[in-house]
Design a protein around this ligand. Structure first.
Ligand code: CMC
Length: 446
């Protein structure tokens, strides 16, 4: 069915009278009228193509740099209402999941659409846990990095390298193969991260422990020294698990879009996930948590907060950890993290940078510059303080975002692959360069 009809067949007034969800468009260049279907509050960009000034005209396109008003897909994974500050995975509010679920259970929910029954959770946990080991050659690969290599650079490279170890991952339309790569990717992320961390310290690698939880095992691989068996602190283990739940997916963000975009070429999921990790690394995305900590250290004291805020308002700096493309309200994740921070500080001692962060937030929430632009703390504003208190160096902060986001990336990738409407992602452009011209030999160029 062609959803768009020329106005000769159905005028805008008729459409209104008939109560149909349509948009009437008048092209003032030609005087022609069109009626375009509205479905789910959206019109199809391809419906604009028939709007032409003449036969040779390519047809109307919509221009949307940075996709600020373009729906890329129909998704059933994550729901965000940015004005109301709502975030739900598969319909479940983030607050409830953070309170009652575990990261692995939430990852299962995101990937499978439903919460697991006990046997499903056990089987899922077993498979993820038994795919935590990495090929010994990955260790050799890590040896090639400088001691001060950024761990996100190491992550991007080692995730991409996994594709060479699992050539079966190329069978992306084989559900069994996708299932296996999912266990591997989710299982190996903490191992790759912990090994990158230990490499930067020159410490021997600590291998995974199968009888620890997902986050407990991660802490083991990071911090184990001479003890025969590492016992994670239960408060820190749970706090990290909650942080992982909060970071598990966030619908069509920059890195999810990278995963879908690169995956749409039908490359294997390791290569697509490496691209998603690279997108996350940027300071405007998952790298923001690292920048928040650097900013708080640069501010240095509560007294210097007003001066820093002035510089932000003058456009010299950004208040890192503030603002969001979608949230124009308090990021619900930031609220949960702020509460969890207190529990971590009880174990590890209060992070002295917290007072500077609280003062930044207090001033920003009252200041007209931030109020007018609806800039609120986002997920990254308080996570860094927790990570620092737990003993992580700042360079590890984006890695702590990447590990749990793998569940979301895979779910987004799989949804894209199985969506019959999706094709290789290939945007259009408005060409503004020179028209055809003749090549000029170098000796004749002015
Ligand atoms: N500090 C100061 N001004 C800001 C900030 C900020 N953090 N964020 C936005 N603005 C201003 C911006 O300059 C612009 O002002 P004007 O209208 O005068 O030009 C206005 O607010 C709108 O901002 P925008 O850049 O058009 O908004 P965006 O949707 O393109 O960008 C953002 C969203 C997250 C990239 C941006 O808010 C930002 O750079 N924040 C700091 C980095 C950060 O914390 N990123 C983490 C995002 S949450 C984790 C994740 O999912 O990645």
């Amino acid at each position: 069915m062609n959803p768009t009809k020329p106005a000769a067949q159905a005028s805008g007034e008729e459409a209104v009278r008939s109560g149909r969800d349509t948009l009437s468009i008048v092209d003032n260049r030609t005087g022609k009228k069109y009626e375009v279907l509205i479905t789910d509050g959206t019109i199809r960009a391809m419906d604009l193509r028939q709007i032409k000034v003449g036969e040779a005209d390519f047809g109307l396109m919509n221009y949307d740099p940075a996709f600020t008003n373009t729906a890329l897909c129909r998704s059933r994974i994550t729901y965000i209402d940015g004005d109301a500050g709502i975030l739900r995975y598969r319909g479940y509010p983030i607050e409830e999941l953070a309170e009652r679920s575990t990261y692995l259970e939430t990852a299962y929910l995101i990937l499978h659409g439903e919460l697991p029954v006990r046997a499903q959770l056990e089987e899922w946990t077993y498979h993820v846990t038994h795919h935590t080991f990495i090929h010994e050659s990955i260790k050799k690969f890590l040896e090639g990095f400088h001691y001060d290599a950024h761990p996100m650079g190491m992550m991007i490279s080692t995730i991409a390298a996994l594709s060479t170890f699992y050539p079966d991952a190329k069978h992306i339309f084989d559900a069994e193969s996708r299932r296996k790569q999912t266990w591997r990717l989710i299982g190996k992320m903490p191992t790759l991260a912990a090994f990158a961390y230990r490499h930067s310290l020159g410490m021997p690698y600590a291998y995974p422990h199968h009888d620890l939880s997902y986050t407990g095992n991660f802490l083991n691989m990071l911090f184990k020294t001479t003890e025969l068996k590492y016992r994670p602190n239960a408060t820190l283990e749970r706090a990290l698990d909650v942080l992982f739940i909060l970071h598990a997916d966030h619908e069509q963000n920059c890195s999810a879009n990278a995963m879908r975009n690169v995956g749409s070429s039908h490359v294997d999921p390791y290569s697509a996930a490496a691209a998603a990790t690279a997108a996350l690394y940027g300071p405007l995305h998952g790298g923001a948590n690292e920048q928040v900590l650097r900013m708080l250290m640069e501010i240095g004291s509560i007294e210097r907060v007003p001066e820093y805020i002035q510089r932000v308002k003058a456009g010299e700096r950004k208040l890192m950890g503030f603002g969001h493309r979608i949230y124009k309200n308090y990021d619900p994740r930031a609220r949960i993290i702020k509460r969890r921070a207190e529990e971590v500080f009880e174990v590890m001692g209060r992070n002295p940078l917290l007072d500077i962060a609280l003062e930044c937030e207090r001033i920003a929430l009252e200041d007209e510059y931030f109020v007018k632009r609806r800039l609120y703390p986002n997920v990254d504003f308080y996570t860094g303080l927790i990570y620092q208190s737990m003993g992580f160096p700042v360079t590890m902060f984006p890695v702590l975002f990447a590990i749990p986001r793998m569940a979301g990336w895979i779910a987004q990738w799989e949804e894209m692959l199985l969506d019959p409407e999706q094709k290789i992602a290939r945007p259009r452009q408005i060409y503004l360069g020179p028209d055809q011209r003749a090549y000029i030999p170098i000796e004749q160029r002015g």
